[in-house]
Design a protein around this ligand. Structure first.
Ligand code: GTP
Ligand code: MG
Length: 637
C-alpha cells in the first residue's frame, strides 16, 4: 500500500437477512461471518471484516449483524465508520432495523453513504423501482438524501460494478481522519495468535501507531509495548487513522483485554464516569425522566448511564435536544466530540444519542450556575473561547496536563491559544514551565488575598517586620499551586505593593513603629547588655527591669536580635555586638603578641570571665571561624 492510498471505513447497516454479509462477500471475496454459530444459523452475530481496494482507495469493510438482539455489536462496529452502506432488501423494503441502524448512523454523525437495494434478482425492475421510491421517501431530508442508490444482486453480480463505482465516488469526498492527533484505538476484538501473543483490533479513529510504540490500555492505564501492527491483514510499518488496525501487544494476556477497552498514547488521558454532553432523543422515543437509566454506547464500549438533564430537572420530551450530565456505571475513555448512543433500559431499543462536550465533568451542583453556558461554549468548538472558559472555571488554575486530558489538544496548540488569550488579557499565564493558567478574576483573587493577609498580619503583630513567607503561602490553602503564589507575590513586589525580604514579607513602606515607651524600653535593654560587656546578665533579669509588659518586652528583644545589635551566643546567653567585637580584637592582639594558640585558662584570664561565659563564647567563636578547636586549646584563625 502506498502513502497516497486513501483508507476509508465502510460499515454495513440494515435489517436482518437483507443480504449485508452476502454483499460484502460479493464485493470483496471474503465472507465476513467467522463464527461456527453464524454459519450454522445463517445470521451474523458479531462484527465481521473484509477489505477491498478500488482505484487507489482502500476500503475496510465492517459488517454488522441485523438481528435486533445484536444491536450492541452493531454499535461497536459503527463507531468510527466513514461511510455507511445501507442495505435494503428489495423484496422486503424498509424494516425495523433498517430504521434503527439508520437512526444510529445519524446520531453518530455519519455524513456519507451509499444505499444498496439487494436481492434485486428476486423482483422485476418495476417492483425494484417501487422500493427505490419508498427508500427515497424514507431518506428525504437526511444525510443520505442525495446518496447513490444502486440495485444489486449478490447472487447474479448485477449492479456490483456500479456499486463499487458509487462507493469510490463517495469515498473521495470523505475527509481524511486526523492522523496528526493523539493515537486512539477503541478495541473491538482481542485474541491470542499463535507465535504472536495478544492481538487487538479496531478502527483507528485518530493518530497513528507503529511497532515499538508505547501505548496505554484503558481502563487501567496499563502501559504496553507494541510489537507489531497490521492493517488490512498485512504487516505495516505504521497504521494511520481511518484504517482497520490490528495491534500485537507485549506484556498482557489476551484474556485481560476485551471489547470496549481502548488503546491511547501514554500519559495523556484518563477514563471517566461523569460526562457532560448534548443529547438528542429520537422523536419516536418515550419521554425520559430525570435520572432515567439508559444503555450508553461510545466507541466500542457499553455501560449503563443515569441521565440528569440540566435546566430544572424536567423530563426530556421525545425529539428534544438537551444538555445533560451522564453518570456512567463503569469507567470509559472519552474525549470531547466523541459520539455516543443511548438505548432504552428495557425493552432495549435505540432512543437517542449525542456528543460528549466535557468528558471529565464534575458532579453537578446547584451552586454551579454557569455550567450550561460553559457547555454551550464547548459545543461551538472554538478553541480560544473553550480554553478561556475552561480556565475561568478552574478555581485553582488549570495545568497543561489537565487541558490535554479535557480537550485532546496538543501541547503546542494549547500554548499557542494560551498566548493569544493572555495577550488579549482574557487569562493569566501564571507559569509557562510547567504551564499553569489562571482566570483573570481568580488570579486577582489570589493577589487580593495575599495583600489582605499581610495587612492583617501587620495589624496583629505591630512589632514584627512581616509575615513568614511560608505562613503567607499557607494562607492561600495548599491546593493553590506554588507557582501561583510565587507569580502573584513577584507581581505585587514589582508593583511595590508587597515587599518580600528574605523569608519575610511585609507591606511595602511599612516600618515597625514603636510607641514612645517602647523606644525607651528598647534603649534600656540595649544599654543593659552593652554595659555588661562580656559578663552579661540573664535575659530574664534584663526583661524584669523593663517597664513595658512581658509580651512587648520579648518582642523588643526580638527586634534587637533581628537588627543584630544583640547576638544570641547560646540559648541562655545574649551579648551586645560591641562586646563581641571587642573580644575579637583582643584575640587578634593576643595572636600577634603571643602566637596563635590559646588555652581555656589563658582565655579566661585574658577576658576576665568565668567558665560559665568562657565555654559558650569559645564555641560561638568556633562557629564564627574566629577560632578553631585543637585538643584542649584553640587556634586563633
Ligand atoms: N437471491 C438472493 N439472495 C440473497 C442475496 N443476498 C443475500 N441473499 C440471501 O439472503 C440470506 C441472508 O443473507 P445475509 O447476507 O446473511 O444477510 P445479512 O443481512 O448479512 O443478515 P444478518 O447479518 O443476519 O443481519 C442468505 O440466504 C443469502 O444467500 C441476493 O442478492 N439475491
Ligand atoms: Mg450478516
Amino acid at each position: 500500500m502506498t502513502e497516497s492510498t486513501k483508507s476509508v471505513i465502510v460499515g454495513t447497516a440494515g435489517h436482518i437477512d437483507h443480504g449485508k454479509s452476502a454483499l460484502v462477500e460479493a464485493l470483496t471475496g471474503t465472507h465476513p461471518d467467522r463464527l461456527v454459530e453464524e454459519k450454522r444459523r445463517g445470521i451474523t452475530i458479531d462484527l465481521g471484516f473484509a477489505f477491498l481496494e478500488e482505484n487507489g482507495v482502500r476500503f475496510g469493510l465492517v459488517d454488522v449483524p441485523g438481528h435486533e438482539r445484536f444491536v450492541s455489536n452493531m454499535l461497536a462496529g459503527a463507531a468510527g465508520i466513514d461511510l455507511v452502506l445501507l442495505v435494503i432488501a428489495a423484496d422486503e423494503s424498509i424494516k425495523p432495523q433498517t430504521r434503527e441502524h439508520f437512526d444510529i448512523c445519524r446520531l453518530l454523525g455519519v455524513k456519507r453513504g451509499v444505499v444498496a437495494l439487494t436481492k434485486s434478482d428476486l423482483l422485476d425492475a418495476d417492483m425494484v423501482g417501487l422500493v427505490r421510491l419508498e427508500a427515497e421517501e424514507y431518506l428525504r431530508g437526511s444525510f443520505l438524501e442525495h446518496a447513490p442508490m444502486v440495485a444489486v444482486s449478490a447472487k447474479t453480480g448485477a449492479g456490483l460494478a456500479e456499486l463499487k463505482k458509487a462507493l469510490h465516488e463517495v469515498a473521495t469526498e470523505v475527509p481524511g481522519k486526523d492522523a496528526a492527533r493523539y493515537f486512539r484505538l477503541p478495541i473491538d476484538r482481542a485474541f491470542a495468535m499463535k507465535g504472536f501473543g495478544t492481538v487487538v483490533t479496531g478502527t483507528l479513529i485518530s493518530g497513528s501507531i507503529s511497532a515499538g510504540d508505547e501505548v496505554e490500555l484503558f481502563p487501567g492505564k496499563k502501559r504496553l509495548r507494541v510489537r507489531g501492527v497490521q492493517s488490512g491483514g498485512k504487516s505495516v510499518e505504521r497504521a494511520i487513522a481511518g484504517q482497520r488496525t490490528a495491534v500485537n501487544l507485549a506484556g498482557i494476556d489476551h484474556a485481560d483485554v476485551k471489547r470496549g477497552m481502548a488503546l491511547a498514547g501514554p500519559g495523556h488521558f484518563r477514563t471517566t464516569r461523569r460526562v457532560d454532553a448534548r443529547l438528542m432523543l429520537l422523536p419516536a422515543a418515550r419521554k425520559m425522566k430525570h435520572r432515567g437509566q439508559v444503555h450508553f454506547h461510545a466507541g466500542t464500549s457499553e455501560t449503563v448511564a443515569e441521565v440528569f438533564p440540566y435546566g430544572g430537572g424536567a423530563a426530556l420530551a421525545p425529539g428534544e435536544r438537551a444538555l445533560v450530565h451522564l453518570r456512567l456505571q463503569e469507567e470509559v475513555l472519552l474525549l470531547p466530540g466523541d459520539r455516543f448512543i443511548v438505548r432504552q433500559f428495557s425493552p432495549v431499543i435505540t432512543i437517542g444519542g449525542g456528543m460528549v462536550l466535557d468528558p471529565l465533568a464534575r458532579r453537578p451542583t446547584l451552586r454551579d450556575t454557569g455550567r450550561t453556558a460553559f457547555l454551550e461554549i464547548l459545543e461551538t468548538g472554538r478553541q480560544e473561547d473553550t480554553l478561556a472558559a475552561m480556565t475561568e472555571r478552574a478555581l485553582l488554575g488549570i495545568p497543561l496536563e489537565e487541558i490535554v486530558a479535557r480537550t485532546g489538544w496538543f501541547e503546542r496548540e494549547i500554548r499557542e491559544v494560551a498566548q493569544k488569550l493572555a495577550a488579549a488579557g482574557r487569562i493569566k499565564i501564571v507559569s509557562a514551565e510547567p504551564l499553569l493558567l489562571f482566570g483573570k478574576k481568580t488570579f486577582d483573587e489570589v493577589r487580593r488575598k495575599l495583600i489582605e493577609r499581610v495587612e492583617r498580619f501587620h495589624k496583629e503583630n505591630p512589632l514584627l517586620p512581616g509575615i513568614a513567607r511560608e505562613d503567607l503561602r499557607a494562607s492561600l490553602g495548599k491546593r493553590v499551586r506554588e507557582e501561583a503564589f510565587r507569580t502573584a507575590l513577584a507581581e505585587l513586589a514589582a508593583e511595590k505593593k508587597l515587599d518580600p525580604q528574605g523569608e519575610r514579607v511585609k507591606k511595602a513602606g511599612v516600618e515597625i513603629a514603636l510607641q514612645p515607651d517602647e523606644v525607651l524600653a528598647k534603649e534600656k535593654m540595649e544599654k543593659a547588655f552593652s554595659d555588661a560587656g562580656l559578663t552579661v546578665p540573664s535575659v530574664k533579669e534584663v526583661l524584669a527591669t523593663i517597664s513595658v509588659e512581658a509580651r512587648r518586652a520579648e518582642k523588643l528583644l526580638q527586634i534587637l536580635l533581628r537588627e543584630k545589635i544583640l547576638i544570641r551566643v547560646s540559648p541562655e546567653l545574649i551579648f551586645h555586638r560591641d562586646a563581641l567585637a571587642q573580644l575579637k580584637l583582643k584575640l587578634s592582639g593576643y595572636k600577634k603578641a603571643k602566637g596563635e594558640r590559646i588555652s581555656v585558662p589563658i582565655f579566661k584570664e585574658l577576658t576576665g570571665i568565668t567558665r560559665k561565659y568562657a565555654i559558650p563564647l569559645l564555641e560561638y567563636l568556633d562557629r564564627e571561624r574566629v577560632t578553631r578547636r585543637a585538643g584542649d586549646e584553640r587556634v586563633i584563625l
